[in-house]
Design a protein around this ligand. Structure first.
Ligand code: KIV
Length: 278
């Protein structure tokens, strides 16, 4: 395995003023394609609940499911820093269980770091995981695991009080040793303030251009998830359309006996065939 980027490389990019890229992946083929393109970080996001498993809430995805997918992604990532997203259930068993779960991402699935979403009590968990030697990426703003506590799936920090809360959370996570921070769905002006006030890089999703880097859910980028398209997600290609086109062509080729052609088939010699008595 060639050398992967490490947290210091990501911090160095911020110091040099170079933008950082991160994309999600949930399986080997997409992880390989993404890694071949020189993306800095690959996140095995718990968004897999929605875009891969078709579930409504990211809370439904378990540690076992996350590990299963992270192992597959790990096999495809040679260059990028691989981040495992701590699912909701990893925090329900207390501090030791959270640290144990973070270690599983590293030991069993080959991740280089873990990400955790903000929730009341997350600072102690973040600090303990960092102290156990595992790099941690924080996540503030719109935090889907605790969406019931933040008033739903909407832009966070739109008033001064909400913005100060986010800025305080970001600062506290940095102080607890996080090496980077996802800012999800917050006003660009607030993301700019957070970004300029922290030494660690901010990675935005729906947080404007001033973040040190950007992350997208790969299925949004590729047009592979049609149930819902967030305003902040830019679709770069339409694989959904390409898939439908290919599948329909297969169906019509089979009906018209155009597939399989001779090139897709095998044959036996006339002599051998003649020896078969039916
Ligand atoms: O699970 C995920 O895909 C995420 C990104 C939106 C950052 O947390």
């Amino acid at each position: 395995m060639s050398k992967r980027l490490n947290p210091q490389d990501i911090l160095d990019k911020k110091a040099r003023g170079q933008k950082i890229t991160m994309l999600t992946a949930y399986d080997f083929p997409l992880a390989s394609f993404i890694d071949q393109c020189g993306i800095d970080m690959v996140l095995v996001g718990d968004s897999l609940a929605n875009v891969v498993l078709g579930l409504e809430s990211t809370r439904e995805v378990t540690m076992e499911i996350m590990l299963h997918h992270a192992k597959s992604v790990n096999r495809g990532v040679k260059h990028a820093l691989l981040v495992g997203d701590m699912p909701y259930d990893a925090f329900q068993g207390g501090l030791n269980h959270a640290v144990f779960s973070a270690k599983r991402f590293v030991k069993e699935a080959g991740c280089d770091a873990v990400k955790l979403e903000w929730f009341d009590g997350c600072l102690t968990m973040a600090e303990a995981i960092v102290k156990s030697g595992i790099p941690v990426m924080g996540h503030v703003g719109l935090t889907p695991q605790t969406v019931d506590k933040i008033g739903g799936f909407k832009v966070q920090g739109k008033d001064a009080q909400g913005a100060i809360k986010i800025m305080t959370q970001a600062k506290s996570l940095a102080e607890r040793g996080c090496f980077s921070l996802v800012l999800e769905c917050i006003p660009a002006e607030i993301a700019k303030l957070v970004t300029s006030s922290l030494a660690i890089p901010t990675i935005g999703i729906g947080a404007g251009v001033h973040c040190d880097g950007q992350v997208l859910v790969t299925h949004d980028l590729l047009g592979l998830f049609e149930r819902f398209r967030p305003k902040f997600a830019k679709q770069y290609v339409d694989l959904g359309q390409a898939i439908r086109k290919g599948v329909k062509q297969f169906r019509s080729d089979v009906s018209a006996k155009k597939f399989p052609a001779k090139t897709h088939s095998f044959s036996i010699t006339v002599e051998e065939l003649a020896k078969i008595k039916i």
